[in-house]
Structures are given as C-alpha cells and as structure tokens.
Design a protein around this ligand. Sequence first.
Ligand SMILES: C[S@@+](CC[C@H](N)C(=O)[O-])C[C@H]1O[C@@H](n2cnc3c(N)ncnc32)[C@H](O)[C@@H]1O
Length: 793
Amino acid sequence: MAGKRKKFAKTSKKSTNATTTGNDNNNNNNNDNVDDKVLKKSKAITDDSKNVWGPNTMTNEHPQGTKDWYTSIAKNDDFEFYYKKMNLLPNEEDFKKFMEWLGKPLPTTFRINRAIGESLTNVVKKQLHNIIDQLPEKMIVDGDVVEPPKPLSWYPDELAWHSTLTKRSFRKNDQLEAFHKFLMHHNNEGNLTRQEAVSMIPPIFLDVEPHHLVLDMCAAPGSKTTQIIEALHANRSNSNTTIPEGMIIANDADVKRCYMLVHQTARLGSPTIVITNHEAQIFPLLYLQKEGETERRPMLFDRILADVPCSGDGTLRKNPDLWKRWKARDGAGLHRLQSHIAYRAANLLKVGGRMVYSTCSLNPIENEAVIMELVNRCQGAVRIVDVSAQYPTLIRANGLHTWPVIDKDREIYQDFSQVPETKKKTIFPSFFPPTEEQAQKAGLKHCMRVYPHMQDTGGFFITVLEKVAELPDQIGKRIKYEQEFGQNKQDQDTTTPPLNDESSTTPPLNDESTSTTTTTTTTTQVKEKKSAVHKFFEEPFGTINEECKKDLDVAEAFYGINKEFPLREQMLTRSQGSKVLYFASKPIVNIVEGDRNRRLKIINAGLEILKKHDEFGESKCNYRICQSASQWITPYMTVHNTRTVIMSPNDLFTLLRTTEPLFTQFPKSIEDQLEALEHGCFIIKIDTSLKTSLEDANKDKQVETPMQTDQDDIIAQSNGMVFASWRGKRSIHLLVQKQELQLMANIFKVTIEHRKGDVNPKNYRVPNSSTESPTTESPKNESSTDAATSDTL
Ligand SMILES: C[S@@+](CC[C@H](N)C(=O)[O-])C[C@H]1O[C@@H](n2cnc3c(N)ncnc32)[C@H](O)[C@@H]1O
C-alpha cells in the first residue's frame, strides 16, 4: 500500500481533538441529567478546539492564562478537604506537591498519527528533530525558563511529545517560530493530534491488534478512538496493502458528539470504523455469522474501552474553571452509571478478551469502588491485570485499598451502617471500600492512578481487566440458547458463548440499596427516557443489490480493479439507488447484513469509496472513485490499466499551481498518457523516484521547475500520494476539496494561479462534453458538494 494512504483522507483543518473530559455533573446525582450536561460540555469541547496550541483558557490579551492566574484560581476548600481525607497521597509532602501542580498550566502534548504510514511518520519526526536541534537548550520567556519539546518517555516509538511552550511563548520568542509553524502545519494536515498525555494511556494498555473486534463505549470526541484505529492499521506500510480484518465500534450516547466522532475519525480514512449512538450500559448485543455457519451467533469483542463519563477533576489543569464548581457529590452521582457501563463491557467481552476502564477523575467512588463492584458482580469471571511491567517509565501510583465516604456536608462514613436513612438515597453500599483481604484478593493495587506532579500531566485512573470465564448470568443463557438452536456443543474457541441480550442486561446493581433507591436511574428508566439527544434520524446501512452489482461490473472493468479487491463483498449503501457506496472491513459488513442487528443505530460505517457522477458528463462508468478511499483501491488497479497515471512531484506542483492544468502543461510522456485516457475518473499517483528524469523532461519542454533541493523533506511527503482525478477534454481536475488543495499548496509552497477563463474557481460549472471549454470543464462545485463528506484529501 502506498505509504501516504492516509494523507488523502484528511478532512480536518482544525481538528476537534479535545482531550477526554468528564461530565459537568453539578449538584445532582441523577444520571438522566448526564445527557444535558454532556451537551453543554460538547459545546465547550468544540470551543476548546479553536485554541489549537497552548492551554485552552489562554489568551494573550487577558491575565487569564498567566502562571499567577492559575495559582489564584486553583483553590477549593471542599476539594482539598475531600482528597486529604481520602488519603489519596498519604505523604504530606506528596499531597502538597499534588495541590501545587494542580494549579499550574498544563503543557501541550501531541501525538504523531502512526496511521499516516511509516515513511511520513519518519519525515514528521525528522522535521521535528531538525527544529529542536536549532533551539537553545533553555529559553527565557516572560521570565520563565522554557525547554524545547521532548518525547514522552513512556509512549512507544517517540510518537508522543510534550512541550511547556505555549501560544504566549511562541509570540514572545522568534526562535520558536519554526516550531509553531510545524505544529500548525501538521495539525492542519492531520499528521498530529493534540491530546492530553494522560488520555493517551488507556488505548496503549488495550493492546489492540489489527484483527481485533473493538468496542469504544463512550468514544466522543474520539482522541482515543483514533489511537485504536491506528493500532488496527498497525500493519500499514508501503509494502503492505492488506485491508484490515478488524473493526472498531465507536459509540457515544450523545448524537451530536457522534458527529464529532465522524469528523475526527474521517481524517484517518479507515474502513474499520462504525460510529453508533447508544447508551453504553444498554449497548445491544450483536450477532455475527461465521464462515461456514448458517446461524448467527452473539458477537463478543476482543477489546473494550470503557472511558466513562466522570466528574473530571483530573482535568483541573486543563479546565481551571472547574475549580469553582467542584463538588464531592459530582463523582458520587455518576458511580452507578459507571458501574452499569463497566458491567455491560464485561458482558460483551470475549472470554480471554481485555477491557480497560478509565476516567479522568481522581475520586475513588468513580474508580476503585466501580472496579470492586464489577469484580464482585462478576464473581471471579473478570480479573484485574497486573500491567506494572508494561510501559515501565510511566510513573503511576497503585489503586487505593481503602477510602472513607464523605457527603456534601463533610460527614464522613467508614461503612454503610453509619449512613443515616435519609442519605441512603444518594449513598450506596457499593461506594464503600472492600476489606483489606478482599482488596488484596482482587488485586486492587493493580489499578493505576496518575497524578499531575508525577510527570507534569493531568490526572487519570486506568484499570486493565481480563475476562477469564463467562459471567455467572451468561452461563444459563448460553445453555438455553444452545438448546434452542440444537447446538449443544462446546465452543472450542471461547468466542461465541451467547450472553445477555440488551433487554435482559444491566440489571440493577447487586447492592441492597437498589430496591430503596428512588432517585438513581434504573436501566428501565434509562431506556424509557426519550431525551432529545437520543433522537436518531440516520438512514440505515445495507448491502448492495443486484442492479448495483451490475454497475460495479462496469466499474471493475473500467478501472481495471483486480479480483483481489472485495469490490462487491465489502460494499455498503444507505439506500438502494443511493449515489454513494461505502467500503467497510468484513466484520462491519457482516453486522450490517444481519437482520438481528437492525436495532444498531449506525451514524456512519466504513468510508465512501464510489460516488455516482451523473452531472459530470461523459464517461463509460457511472461511478467515480472517492478521494477518501483512493488509497485502498489504487493498489488493486492493474498496472497496465490506463486509469492510473504515475506522476513526479514536479507534476504535483503543476496540479496544485493551476486549477485545471492542460495536458500540455505536463511532460510529453504524461501528456500522451492523458490524451490516450478515456474521459472520466482516473487516479494520479505520485512517485518521487521520477523526480530526476522528469526534471530533465521539463527542461526540454521548458516547464518551470519549482522544486528546490532544500525541500527534500517536504517532497518526500508526496511519495505514494494518490489523487482521484477527472480527465476532461484537454485538462484534468483533482476531485479533492478545494480547501485541502489550498492547504497542500501551502505545504509545498506553491501559489495557486487561476487561469484566464476560471470565472469563479470556487464554483466550477458543469462540463458539457460537446461544448466544454478547456478552461472550465471540471465537475460542478466538486469541492463544495463533498465538503461534508469524507471525500477529501
Ligand atoms: C470522558 S468522555 C469520553 C472521551 C473519549 N473517550 C475520548 O477519548 O475522546 C465521556 C463520553 O461519554 C459520553 N456518555 C455519557 N453518558 C453516556 C452513556 N450512558 N453511554 C455512552 N456514552 C455516554 C459523553 O457524551 C462523552 O462523550
């Protein structure tokens, strides 16, 4: 596969790569309110994303964002009282440091997206090292010593970086200009994702492999989802064109935030993703049909991430406004929802599978208490995994074994018997710590706590769990299922035990309080509640019909797509006769095919691969290739087929510089190929090894050569790039969003020249095969029609 395959699936100029956040869970313990709060928070996240580099609250004009401002705002007596009593850090000095670091601005951290392919990853790393080499070891900005960016020691392959530099420092120090430009440029390009360091931890402990079926239960805005997608594409390299076997379902209860997920993941151009809109605690059981079997069987996941909604006090450095609002009851109010989600995760996990439970909260009621509740409820079927040997340079504290329960009036209870009747509606037995013996038996110390002062980050809680047996209430259901289908045989691979279905899962937690609880949301109430955020209007996905298959026969012949490409088998559509076809990995198609999976509320699945182009005029094939999927299909287009034209980086400059370059603007050999090409869609592939010979060819033709030797790194980025393009009468047009082309032109330092005759380059007119003029022959409004889709660079 071309090393640059992802390069062409980027839609994001300003990524909404906000890091994880807890819910804004003020003043109540009713889980139903989560949704409204989430909506508000979702707005906050969108707004945050505008501020691409530097702490979110930072502006240059306002004292907000200065060190002193942080120190002054970082105060909340209740918070300090609560966590002191919780004995979070028994050593007084450590607790002091913890409080002190919570009052400091959060450094900027970013991740190089591994999914961009090996060669581009190396180019980005090399550029970064070059910039850092030019910086002094220490710089003074605003009287403070600032250091050049450093890789996070614990993150694999130098892919995650940390910098104490902020927007403010960039503006105040000329030496930092190159670094600032690097960040802006690669962030816009989708090569980097800004993400809090601690938020990168859960996915790396999930240990995702390319064939895995993964569920990300609370996924929006999607920074961890993108990490998981990268792991599913881990085999992606220049030489490996294999289409991934695995899949990730990225789910969120908030439909608006699901669209943030669509946007965030579109940049990666992956056929492995499905975005769904369910409450995680009642995520439906899906059914897969294995090869050679006639019946569908319950589908269990290899990996599940439960990055649950939480009170979010681990994000105080990033969201200092939270200091004013922090309340002990915020965490308590989410405990039961978190427990339900964790139990549903355990339910949907394969035996032998791994799940990670995480929060950006420091509160044991949302963390260890939830884990203990899960372990107890699963009666040995789920165990906490000791991962202390993994990522040893990541500094972390052990999970707590004990903690008091403290209410809003600062009353402290050591066990449930001390709780007055009036408070039993809000304080549950599962809030309380286990006995020391139980904690040891469960391995509670293997939970991980990351505190701000340990390595200059936010706070996070992470626990890795493994399912070692079927859950007690799954066993009876499996036997019943096997009897029903006459398959009373043992599954050898442990992957298919039937389990709780949506309707029968997440029964109330097994604590005595459940029956007396009136204010806590039960599963039934959750299901019955039709909140506005759950309205779902998406057209369902389905497989393609016979008529469409006939069209695909034509497309196959037209583009010279070889039989190894699953053109019909891995194709989805939203309605028969729809203009768009989607390419998806096998398990996704399998799910969509199953009638029993109809209740799955799919927002998006796979990626757009073929689109009808009725309005484009003359072509033998009804479908054009979408830019987002061109990286996947191009390696399967036969070399001798004329619908792939190999060009040099010089030709790329010509393509970028001129909105619709004439065939005659290219070297003779390419001009001839373009002349010989039938009208319609084709693929341009950039090959940097053609550089020298085509420079020579350009000389003969006296074509300007914009390439300069000091641009080598940038030029290397173009190797393997593929562009869906349109062959007109005498000129060609890239089927790529206009803004993406502009961005590329910026990267390659090319000024776009609009040729005489480009009346309105933003709004091309429809080409007409009989009357088209060479200067205005491209598809109508190509860029803007695709703007909301993933059909982009
Ligand atoms: C901590 S954030 C997740 C952050 C995300 N994992 C990331 O890394 O970008 C929690 C998410 O849970 C969602 N949420 C809240 N209640 C939920 C529920 N019952 N089921 C599923 N998602 C829920 C919120 O909309 C929010 O997007």
